[in-house]
Write a protein that binds this ligand. Structure first.
Ligand code: PEP
Ligand code: MG
Length: 544
């Protein structure tokens, strides 16, 4: 048995086999091949496997996100059969006597460059697609077509770190736990693990990564941050017991379903849930959340290989609103950039992405993207109780521009005779110190504030949330952060706005009483934390 230690970012226990995450863009080697006919046969088999995978993804997407969103996988299947693409690969194998992986990679580079240089925006976007299908074929050639090990067994995913765009592609039904060598507690992998109710450990270190390989058995304790590779019998029995007790504790919380979020002295609060996609609604309802306090709409963009159209977005938002049947649904506008990168946006590489071109800054600079999303949101508002929230606000003038854009979109929809609700609440995230400090100026302009403590912490403490090296300097309970939240709460209430918290700190039950005393009106947490926070609220007495 070998033991490694990291930092547990979601308390749960899992036992199972390890699958080391393989990055699709793994470097391709150029190898000399004698038998080019055999190499082409290997290529044909890999293409067949890639098409079968795409068919499976297409069928799944069709069920989960509808035909329009699934279409891209159909396009990918067609691209694999494209004559020019295939002639190029085969001719490189024949003329240069090289391996199929290399021929596919070279073809991908040539075609991607050709598409990228075209005038037409649609054709430009195909550049990312040709890379995508080529990476899939290369993965199939290398027998790595399935990132999680090839069978249906659930596995513990081990990686150096995982980007949001990588986690969205994982088959979530097959993940038992996440363990990363690096990473930070507020990274989106950690958030995803909380949403999925599975253990996650970050910062397990380089040696951990060197020690693990596919198929090893491991036990992961997300409470202590320990990973036991090939655990001995005693450890295995102890962790299996802990897992059973843990499940029992979570089962007991189920008794709180249908109960109010009310303190012992009668103060009520809303407890909502955070989601990153339409497929999380089941967890929101199963955990009895009163609404959705944060729908991270950027995941629609991350899951797609081109800008999602107004109709595609409308369908997704409508589905969320209808599923929540009149309960509040707060959808946050696009928060791309920093750690959430999307190829087709063509964003330049930045020295300091967290302080860079992200979120509302992109939307205000590229109004066509923002307008498409706002039109989809307002159209969907006719189907439920919508709130729209804007991320990364730092100034009054940004908010003025946003309000102007909202009025313009509403005016256009009215002129086109398209229905929308007049009751849509508009709010902003308080996730920069600037927004908190000028919250007296911002509050009169909005219906609500929602404190994004993940970013507010990184910007207040000057600690990049993606940088594991500064993790030790992050004190989530730092007085500066709590004062900024309190200041925002006072200013919200003085101006008739309500205030919630939707960052990870909202689920920290050691602060529930503090937040209630500040007058926070809503806490929005991962669906799996709703009942835990309800329990904490019901044990709080503010009269003392
Ligand atoms: C936050 O910053 O606290 C937040 C909720 O947004 P995200 O984690 O998506 O940046
Ligand atoms: Mg944020």
């Amino acid at each position: 048995m070998t033991i490694f230690n990291g930092k547990g970012v979601y308390g749960a226990v899992a036992l199972g086999r390890i699958s080391v995450f393989k990055r699709r863009e793994a470097a391709v080697k150029r190898l000399h091949i004698e038998d080019t006919e055999a190499e082409k046969a290997r290529l044909a088999a890999a293409k067949e496997a890639a098409t079968a995978q795409l068919q499976e993804i297409y069928d799944k997407a069709l069920k989960e996100v509808g035909e329009q969103n699934a279409q891209i996988f159909e396009i990918h299947m067609m691209m694999i059969e494209d004559d020019d693409y295939n002639e190029s690969i085969e001719s490189i194998i024949d003329t240069q006597s090289v391996n199929a992986e290399y021929a596919v990679a070279v073809t991908a580079d040539n075609f991607a460059e050709m598409f990228a240089s075209m005038e037409d925006a649609y054709m430009q976007a195909r550049s990312a697609d040709v890379r995508d299908i080529s990476n899939r074929i290369i993965a199939c050639l290398s027998d790595e077509g399935n990132d999680e090990g090839g069978s249906d067994e659930k596995v513990i995913i081990c990686a150096d770190d995982l980007a949001p765009s990588e986690t969205v592609l994982l088959d979530k039904d097959r993940v038992l736990a996440f363990v990363t060598a690096y990473g930070s507690s507020n990274s989106h992998t950690a958030i995803l693990a909380r949403n999925m109710n599975i253990p996650a450990i970050i910062g397990a270190g380089d040696d951990f990564l060197k020690a693990v390989s596919d198929g090893m058995f491991a036990a992961v304790d997300g409470y202590t941050g320990e990973i036991f590779i090939e655990p001995d019998d005693e450890t295995r029995t102890r962790l299996e017991k802990k897992q059973r007790e843990d499940e029992e504790k979570k089962r007991l919380l189920q008794d709180l379903k249908g109960k109010e979020n009310v303190t012992l002295d009668g103060t009520k609060i809303n407890i909502y849930a955070n989601i990153g996609g339409v497929d999380h609604i089941g967890a929101v309802l199963a955990n009895d959340a009163g609404g959705i306090g944060l729908f991270r709409s950027e995941f629609l963009y991350l899951e797609s290989s081109d800008y999602p159209t107004e109709d595609q977005q409308f369908a997704a938002y409508k589905k969320v609103l209808e599923s929540m049947a009149g309960k509040k649904v707060i959808i946050r506008t696009l928060d791309i950039g920093a750690d959430k990168q999307v190829d087709y946006f063509g964003l330049a590489k930045e020295e300091n992405p967290a302080l860079g071109f992200r979120a509302i800054r992109i939307c205000l600079t590229r109004p066509e993207i923002f307008k498409t999303q706002l039109r989809a949101l307002y159209r969907a508002s006719a189907f439920g109780n919508l709130g729209i929230m804007f991320p990364m606000i730092t100034s009054v003038s940004e908010l003025e521009k946003i309000m102007e854009m909202c009025s313009k979109v509403k005016g256009e929809l009215k002129a086109e005779g398209i229905a929308f609700s007049e009751k849509v609440e508009l709010g902003i995230m308080i996730e920069t110190p600037a927004a908190a400090v000028i919250s007296d100026r911002l509050a009169p302009m909005v219906d609500f504030f929602s404190v994004g403590t993940n970013d507010l912490t990184q910007y207040t403490l000057a600690c990049d949330r993606q940088n594991a090296a500064v993790e030790q300097f992050v004190d989530t309970h730092h007085e500066a952060i709590l004062r900024l939240i309190e200041m925002s709460a006072k200013n919200a209430h003085a101006n008739g706005a309500w205030i919630g918290i939707c960052g990870e700190l909202a689920a920290d039950t050691s602060l529930t009483e503090t937040f209630l005393r500040m007058g926070i009106d809503e806490l929005s947490v991962s669906p799996t934390f709703v009942l835990k926070v309800r329990d904490a609220v019901r044990h709080t007495d503010l009269s003392k």
